[in-house]
Design a protein around this ligand. Structure first.
Ligand code: PEP
Length: 249
């Protein structure tokens, strides 16, 4: 049985006020979910403690990025061990904004995944094609390559600490969502790729991300290989985020 997960990626948004307004109501509703979904809040690292103070046991927390190194003279970086030390359970790795704006390669992504797994946390590997790549008929190859290279250092028991998030770049923050059928097709392909890597593909959660909203989440989450969502903009609104958390069949 795969874990259902809805994770809210706040990106570089938020404030102490937002934490106060949003986390309490989300926690209250998350505690009443009867669909088994794990709800995760992923604020900017600076706000993790403030979120945790409001989150109780019903919400997990994560960070949006960690260093590919364990510790040392890397000014400005935060390590996976620090994320664990501060009570986080999840780390996003290789989000398309990190790949596009901060030059993260599949190699740095693989090193970060390794750090996260060594820390005992769950790595949420983000993969997805650009519009140009999709229109060129290259989407599946691009995504398969990101999965294979990003997870190249994973082995044995540590597969249980891996989640994959399929986020077509053209759908992130654009209001354009993949159809449920197209998303399902890519999720099934990701599972095939995981199987070819000798991973326990049937037990790895594969989330969809890219302009998920209250009104399209149910169709996406009804697909057999879509195990939940990675939610950007809509995770900043308590009511909408909660509706998404409830959207499983
Ligand atoms: C994201 O940041 O991972 C994301 C999917 O953003 P949005 O939901 O705003 O498209």
């Amino acid at each position: 049985m795969r874990r259902r997960i809805v994770a809210g990626n706040w990106k570089m948004n938020g404030s102490k006020d937002l934490v106060q307004q949003l986390v309490g109501p989300v926690r209250e509703q998350a505690g009443r979910l009867d669909n088994g979904a794990k709800v995760v809040i992923i604020p900017p690292a600076l706000y993790v403690s403030a979120v945790q103070a409001e989150a109780g046991d019903d919400l997990a927390t994560g960070v949006q990025n960690v260093s590919q190194w364990q510790s040392g003279a890397y000014t400005g970086e935060v390590s996976a061990d620090m994320a664990r030390d501060m009570g986080c359970g999840y780390v996003l790795v290789g989000h398309s904004e990190r790949r596009q704006l901060f030059g993260e390669t599949d190699e740095t992504v693989a090193a970060k995944v390794e750090q996260v797994l060594q820390s005992g946390l769950t790595a949420v590997l983000c993969v997805g094609e650009t519009l140009e790549q999709r229109e060129a008929g290259d989407a599946e190859r691009v995504v398969a390559t990101q999965v294979i290279r990003g997870l190249a250092r994973v082995e044995g028991e540590s597969w249980s600490q891996v989640v994959v998030a399929y986020e077509p770049v053209w759908a992130i923050g654009t209001g354009r969502t993949a159809t449920a059928e197209d998303a399902q097709a890519m999720h099934a392909e990701i599972r095939n790729v995981l199987s070819s890597m000798k991973a326990p593909a049937e037990s790895i959660s594969v989330l969809y991300g890219g302009s998920v909203k209250a009104d399209n989440a149910a169709a996406l989450f009804s697909e057999p290989d879509i195990d939940g969502g990675l939610i950007g903009g809509a995770s900043l609104k308590a009511d909408e985020f909660i509706s998404i958390c409830r959207a499983f069949p």
